[in-house]
Design a protein around this ligand. Structure first.
Ligand code: FAD
Length: 406
């Protein structure tokens, strides 16, 4: 039996951190390399910095964790820990333009059938903690992969923090890893591993930006009660508005993260107070009492792009393979990007197991069998968006399509 001595996982997001733990549990020697600082140390620093400013509030960004992700977490014994820091969402709470609300339960017959709102950062920390506690894993932070050369050596440069972002502060050559038996590209939608893959062999790659973008806002807890302002909180709130919409997911600290999905140009063009006020009064008047500082938040928070990408093949022999957004970045209209990235890890481990942990057979087999499934969910997400865009005549149709994914 051939067995990989060393796996280098590039990227310590949810998919990379989960993959590192799963591989180390299976007996591989793993080095995880992440561009950003260690999220967990960041928190300690922030707590110390904010100790004198009790009003300082940190924005929570959350996402929907569902069956695919939970099953992948279960495989490494982390499902219960993740669900403990998640809030069940039993259905959709639809906020109509006239202010009326309608609750649609996901499953009338089985109340345990629900999706879960979880903080991206808390989930990532949980996964990094699990990786740190697992023997056989070395974790390196603040190192950005620049490229992989023909001999399979990984070249990194140190990164230094600038606010929430990072920049390269040193020349190439700070860190070179030259003994990887297998490289996992878990470095997200703008993957450097994928970039190297496309240079090292004939690889087809396409990236598509859609005309809609998104902006995240926050509904803070009720000042008097300290509790949720929108009830029932255990639901995914949706404000469907024809060609655009807003959603809100609850956080454990009694806040909600709201996301407006709308044409990017429109989100970017709204910069004057009066225009922002008019936009909210016309489209989301019901949210204004819950979010008194919506104008400031709207101006402060960035309007972000949405991208979908496709790569073929996902692997370079048994030496390199892509997982998660690096392999299949998708638009979020099915809430499945991270969930299916975690499912990639589950399927990778199952394929390794079927091949007695022999990477020479398992990696090519995994790349071939998983790619159509990863692409299918990305296509479904994009189709849902395209149908929304092209059927502008029927508001009922739009409403139905928009709700399908959530
Ligand atoms: P990432 O989370 O992007 O992590 C990649 C990691 O690699 C990062 O830590 C990064 O710092 C690191 N990295 C990048 N480049 C390098 C490099 N060169 N060297 C070293 N490290 C590097 N998905 C869901 O399942 N449910 C949802 O409800 C949901 N909602 C979403 C809402 C929005 C608005 C958006 C935009 C996405 C949503 N998604 C959702 C998708 C989800 O966010 C992604 O699919 C998920 O984050 C992908 O995880 P990943 O680990 O593959 O990549």
């Amino acid at each position: 039996m051939a067995r990989a001595e060393k796996v280098v996982v590039v990227g310590g997001g949810p998919v990379g951190a989960l993959a590192a733990t799963a591989l180390a549990k299976a007996g591989f020697r793993v080095t995880l390399v992440e561009r950003r600082d260690d999220l967990r140390q960041h928190e300690e620093q922030e707590l110390a910095e904010n100790a004198t400013d009790k009003s300082a509030s940190k924005r929570s960004i959350n996402l929907a964790l569902s069956y695919r992700g939970i099953e992948a977490l279960r495989a490494v014994g982390l499902d219960e820990a993740a669900l403990k820091i998640a809030i069940p969402m039993h259905g959709r709470l639809i906020h109509m333009p006239d202010g009326t609300r309608r609750f649609q339960r996901y499953d009338e017959t089985d109340v345990t059938n629900h999706i879960n709102s979880i903080s991206r950062e808390d989930l990532n920390k949980l996964l990094l903690d699990a990786a740190a506690a697992q023997s056989g894993i070395e974790m390196l932070f603040g190192q950005q992969l620049l490229h992989i050369d023909k001999a399979g050596r990984l070249h990194f440069a140190k990164t230094a923090s600038v606010g929430s972002g990072t920049y390269n502060d040193c020349a190439e050559g700070d860190l070179v890893i030259d003994d990887a038996d297998l490289i996992l590209g878990c470095d997200g939608a703008y993957s450097s591993v994928r970039e190297s893959l496309t240079r090292l062999q004939s690889t087809n790659f396409s990236r598509r930006y859609i005309s809609h973008g998104y902006k995240e806002l926050e509904v803070r807890p009720d000042e008097k009660s300290g509790k949720y302002k929108i009830e029932p909180a255990e639901a995914l709130s949706i404000w469907p508005r024809g060609d655009f919409m807003m959603i809100a997911l609850p956080n454990l600290d009694y806040s909600f993260t709201c996301t407006i999905f709308a044409p990017l140009e429109e989100l970017q063009s709204l910069s004057e107070d009066a225009d922002i006020k008019a936009y909210f009064e016309q489209n989301f008047p019901g949210i204004i009492p819950y979010m008194p500082d919506y104008v400031d938040q709207f101006k402060r928070n960035p309007a972000c792009r949405l991208v979908t990408s496709r790569v073929d093949p996902w692997n370079l022999g048994h030496k390199i393979v892509l997982l998660g957004d690096a392999a299949h970045a998708m638009v979020p209209f099915y809430g499945q990007g991270m969930n299916s990235g975690m499912e990639d890890v589950l399927e990778l481990m199952e394929t390794l197991s079927q091949h007695e942990m022999d990477i020479t057979r398992a990696i090519p087999a995994f790349a071939v069998s998983r790619m159509p499934r990863g692409n299918a969910i990305a296509d479904l997400s994009l189709d849902n968006y395209m149908e929304m865009r092209s059927h502008t005549a029927s508001r009922l149709f739009l409403l139905r399509k928009r709700l399908e994914g959530w």
